[in-house]
Each structure stands twice: as C-alpha cells, then as structure tokens.
Write a protein that binds this ligand. Structure first.
Ligand SMILES: [Mg+2]
Length: 280
C-alpha cells in the first residue's frame, strides 16, 4: 500500500530527524485502535499480526519503542504478545495511562496497588446499581479505575442516562474522576495522562525526537505534549489511526493512516526509510 508522506512541515521535519538519528528516537504508540483493532470483546483485542512484526523490525533500529495505554500493563503485554520478539528487547509498556510499567529488558511489572478510594467506591457500586434497577450492569475493576458498562443492558443509552448523576455523586464522594465513554461510565483515581507519560519517556530516554501514534480522545494529551515539545525545538511526528468510529485526531496529525493495518504498513515504511538513510 502507499504510505502517506507527512502532511505538515513540522511532520516532515520530524521524519527527517528520525531517519537522521534513529538511535535517539522514541516511538510511542497507543494500543486499542492503533496496534489492535477495536472489537466488541476487549479481552480478545490482540495486536494486528503485521503490527507486532513491524514494531519488532523498527525496534531493532530506533532507541525505544513504547506502548502507552489506558489498559493495565499486564493486559497490554498479554494481548500484545510483545514478549517473544528479538527486536522488542528494550520495549516499555506503560499501562493505566502511565501508572503501571513493564520493561521487556527485565520482564518486570511495576504495578502499584489499587488506591483505597477506588476499592471503597467499588464496594458501594453493587448496592447503588441495585437501587436504580440496574443490578445487571457489568462492573469492570481496572485497578485505578472502575468501569460500569451498559452495553449489554436492554436499553444501554437509557441506563447510561440513569446512571450519570448517581455515579458522578459516588465519584465525587470518593475524590475520583468520572469519565463517560461510549456505553461505559469510568470512575478513575486522579493520576497521570498520556501526555505526562510521553514527557516522562522523552526525559528518561534522552530522545532527540519523538513519534506518537494514537486513535482517540485519550491520546489527545500525548498529541498536545508532542506539539509542545516541537515548540520547544524537539522534532516530533504525529500519526493518527483513523479507521474506527472515532476520528478525533486526524486534524492534529501529520500522517493519517487506515487503522492498525495502516499503522503496520507505516511502521514498515519508517524502517525502510531508516535503512535507506543508513545505506545512503
Ligand atoms: Mg486507542
């Protein structure tokens, strides 16, 4: 497939910086919708097979490959199948928006315990749902967050509207943040976002340029962080994966590709450009 050239001048500068100094490049990517297709059962959202191969190839050429995701780090590593690839020996996976971490080099997970406020809110949830006649709503415990899913209920949107105010009140009582999504209400411990995570990775690795690829609103802070780094003189390249229902980032991206398959092709092309620059 044809791989799009960077659409902006800043993107072109970012790409030149990457091919000029790949070893000091950070390539950070979101997981769902970027490396893995969005599917109904999120427990089956494995990485696109071309994408993990392309990442492993690129991993042999650049300084650091990082996955930055809202999912728990363990889940992302399991679904990503990142453990068995020679090129991913120094990969980093940041889970829960940067609170959790896995380092391929050691195989170690750093997963802080669930905050007490989240535990307490989780204990109150079943009775609250029962009192609203929505005891059948599925509650997902994610460590630093709780998801109340209405997708499987008879009238998901009505249930969502019924839940909004009482779940907001529950979150407020425990000092948690409510984040409404599509047929899900997520209450989350305050913490970090993907922008913080990307800034920390840049500082830690000493990257002299950064690539970030994402697909939806949760990636916006990372896009903004890269844009701010560019203003400070650090070249960057922003890639949007725009296949699924949401197309939140295309306006701000240098390159727009078609979903995880498009990301895989783009990563391969990036490796080819780096090799060509090294040969030339
Ligand atoms: Mg995503």
């Amino acid at each position: 497939m044809d791989v799009a050239e960077p659409l902006t001048e800043a993107g072109a500068a970012g790409l030149r910086a990457v091919t000029h100094a790949p070893r000091s490049t950070l390539v950070a990517l979101d997981f769902d919708g970027t490396l893995a297709p969005i599917i109904d059962d999120p427990e089956r959202a494995v990485v696109h097979p071309d994408a993990v191969a392309a990442l492993a190839e690129l991993g042999g050429l650049v300084g650091t490959i990082a996955v930055v995701t809202g999912r728990p780090a363990r889940t992302a590593v399991r679904l990503g199948g990142f453990t068995d690839h020679a090129g991913l020996g120094s990969m980093v996976v940041l889970g829960q928006y940067g609170v959790e971490r896995w380092d391929a080099a050691t195989g170690a997970f750093d997963v802080p315990p669930e905050p007490a406020e989240v535990t307490a809110a989780g204990e109150e949830l079943p009775a609250l749902l029962e009192s609203l006649g929505l005891g059948a709503a599925r509650v997902e415990h994610k460590g630093r967050a709780l998801g109340v899913h209405t997708r499987e209920l008879e009238d998901p949107q009505q249930a969502f509207r019924t839940l909004l105010t009482p779940v907001q009140a529950l979150a407020d009582r425990h000092g948690l943040t409510l984040e409404p999504g599509r047929n899900v209400l997520e209450i989350r411990a305050p913490g970090t976002d993907k922008g913080d995570a990307v800034r920390r990775l840049v500082a830690e690795t000493g990257a002299t340029q950064v690539v970030f690829a994402g697909d939806d609103l949760g990636d916006l802070p990372a896009f903004e962080a890269v844009a701010a780094l560019r203003e400070d003189g650090l070249p960057g390249l922003l890639v949007a994966s725009a296949s699924h229902e949401e197309d939140a980032l295309s306006d701000r991206a240098d390159v727009v590709v078609d979903g995880p398959a498009g990301i895989a092709a783009w990563l391969r092309d990036l490796s080819a450009r780096i090799r060509a620059a090294q040969a030339g």
